[in-house]
Design a binder for this molecule. Structure first.
Ligand code: SIN
Length: 295
């Protein structure tokens, strides 16, 4: 028989949640994700994720299995279509990396070269992603996050009226073959991979399923056009929406530190990888949690 002590929930960890000054993003200090997490600590983290949209867990030292297990507490994990870049032994982890070994890229080198919300090209786009630093460059390599609730609030009434109630199409291949950074060439998608990334339509203005807040849900990375509008008009409106999406006052820039794991809400923000000099190595491990169908 297990003793009562064995059945007790893990003790709470005395961690602090410190919001960043600009309102988007917060850092979590003093939490060790390698230790078991009780329900009340988990609830605090969950709340911070909803309130700040981007949470940075500092000074972590966790294994891939621990990253996967923690990510799973938020929902089912999505497996990326580029199977060649999944971490061996851990298909739930996408390697984001510019490192070349034996003449082959070990990860997706240019993930995030355009603003996007992860997997918006799926029927069930991502709830959130966790990106865990493995090897960081001494210069550059930042990730930028833009608050899409604030973007929606910033739209002039005429523009908001033009898109509210409309849908937009999202495609993984929207910009897949565009000129690569640093000469990197993305792998040609197989017929099987293409079949997994068919075009989907989602509302241009979505409702966050947990907070009820409305957010803009288009991005230059994956959105191809607004359904039902002539091509010229759609292009013009999307360009305006993209401009409002990344107003500098609504963008948070994350400069990576060793031990950082960043967890963002793909229903509330879009993100962009700022890039780093080609000769510097950069590797991070990403898990991607499945969300609901946008409404
Ligand atoms: C991503 O878009 O998931 C990667 C972002 C980054 O590499 O900074």
């Amino acid at each position: 028989m297990p003793s009562a002590a064995h059945l007790a929930a893990p003790a709470s960890q005395p961690f602090e949640i410190r919001p960043f000054a600009a309102g988007t993003g917060a850092e979590i200090i003093g939490l060790d994700l390698a230790q078991p997490l009780n329900d009340s600590d988990f609830a605090r983290i969950h709340r911070a994720h909803l309130d700040y949209h981007v949470v940075v867990f500092r000074e972590q030292n966790i294994t891939p299995a621990q990253q996967v297990a923690f990510s799973r507490r938020f929902g089912e994990l999505q497996i990326h279509v580029l199977k060649q870049f999944l971490l061996p032994g851990h298909p739930e982890i996408l390697r984001v990396s510019n490192v070349v070994e034996n003449g082959q890229n070990i990860g997706l080198s240019d993930a995030g070269k355009f603003w996007h919300s992860d997997l918006s090209y799926k029927e069930l786009p991502s709830l959130g992603s966790m990106l865990y630093a493995q090897e960081l460059p001494s210069e550059g390599g930042d990730t930028l996050f833009a608050d899409m609730h604030k973007a929606l609030e910033a739209l002039p009434a005429e523009l908001r009226n033009a898109v509210e109630g409309r849908k937009a199409s999202h495609s993984y291949t929207a910009r897949y073959n565009e000129p690569a950074i640093n000469g990197y060439q993305r792998p040609t998608l197989t017929a099987e991979q293409l079949a997994q990334v068919v075009v989907v339509d989602h509302p241009v203005v979505r409702t966050h399923p947990e907070t009820g807040r409305k957010a803009l849900f288009v991005s230059e990375g994956f959105t191809t056009h607004i359904v039902g509008l002539p091509e010229d008009e759609s292009r013009q409106i999307l360009a305006e929406l993209y401009r409002y999406s990344v107003l500098p006052e609504n963008v948070h820039r994350h400069s990576w530190r060793e031990g950082d794991m960043v967890f963002w809400d793909n229903r509330s923000v879009i993100h962009l990888a700022a890039g780093c000099p080609a000769h510097l190595r950069r590797t991070l491990h990403r898990t991607t949690i499945q969300g609901d169908a946008p409404f």
